[in-house]
Design a protein around this ligand. Sequence first.
Ligand code: ZN
Length: 460
Amino acid sequence: MKIKALALLAAMTATTAMAQTAPHERQARDIYEKVIAFRTAAGHGQMPKMTDYLVGVLKAGGVPQADIAILPLGETNAMVVRFPAAGKPSKKPILFSAHMDVVDARPEDWTRDPFRLIEENGYFFGRGTSDNKAGVTALVSTIVRLKAEGFKPKRDLVFAFIGDEETLMATTKLVAAHPWVKDAEFAINTDAGGGALDESGKPVIYLVQGAEKTYATFELTVPNPGGHSSRPRSDNAIYDLAAALARLQAYRFPVMANALTRDYLGAVGKSMPGEVGEGLRAFAANPQDQKASDYLATQPEFVGTTRTTCVATMLNAGHAENALPQKATATVNCRIFPDVKVADVQAELARVVANPAIQFKVLNDPQPSPVSEMRPDVMAAITRAIHVDYPGVPIVPYLESGGTDGKIYRIAGIPTFASSGLFTKTSDMFAHGLNERLAVPAFYKGLGHIYRVTKDLGGR
Ligand SMILES: [Zn+2]
């Protein structure tokens, strides 16, 4: 009995080990290790070195130099790789995208060296392990694997590697305008979309990003003549700003919904018990159900999918403890629903704070982007690919409250769907933060996902 159990265990271990050490998986792990080691945060000048390395891998894998384009921009660059159709293309190209840069990490703050791939306790640790060097690795690995198989795509496949997604997204704009890319029928972005595991590791839902909210930051300034603090006056920059912020706190932007957000909230609602599930299902059925939208407004996880949100994030006022303030400023960060204009949000904020003395300034360069209507062919390919490793898990589109450079493609007229293939537990999300990690099985399954989606869509 014991021997049999041991033999079974040995057989299982061997299967697991084999499953993770197929030749393409070993190569992908090696690529992952190499790209994590480049500190590709803005200002470190490492991007050309990383693309040199990737060009070497691609050429060794059978990609001719003529199908690789490097687009330099300042200290960084982007890379575009073409996998041409065999014969006359049946349709317009498909774009696949990942970004090579990372948010910087200070080695002294991390438990382990952030720029060394460390496999420990079932996780890969390192800056970029999840955001987005797993995606870079999956795209490079897929190209090399398809070349080795002699894959003959029916249309051009184009792979973009972006050099400044975390900062300016200027290389994404270069890529979107590149002759190989600009006529793409749609794009698959590896930098968002993904699956949720519950804390026991069971897959719950898989999300495909089809739209992003617009990120806009306003600075509200109350100017005042000021004066001596022994002689308070009826108007005061700090009190006036505080009153404005209290009005903003009490205000909610109107409820909004589209096909994508209703599908999303309805599908999540089905898998959630209690009041939250009930609220989600009621809202999906009827976004004008005020009880449901009022309830969801109290749920930080869902409020952003039901309306535009604006929230005060920073304050600055006064210049001396014994002087009346000459200025008070607040920073208000907004996540604006698709198809709502930034100027309209500013006008609404001005109306809400109800003080014409308050000056408004937009601090960033907001990039409103359209919703990408879900395509049945894309959803079907993603569903088939996900169900290989996670049978039966619901596949649902969603509106991103954060942001990626997918918006640049959408603005350029290329509908974009983000699907990383990566499943994570909420407790394992450390992108941009300390000790970023990705579960080892998630990495290998993510490779399989990108490979299957590329081959499926490229073969039609
Ligand atoms: Zn990212």
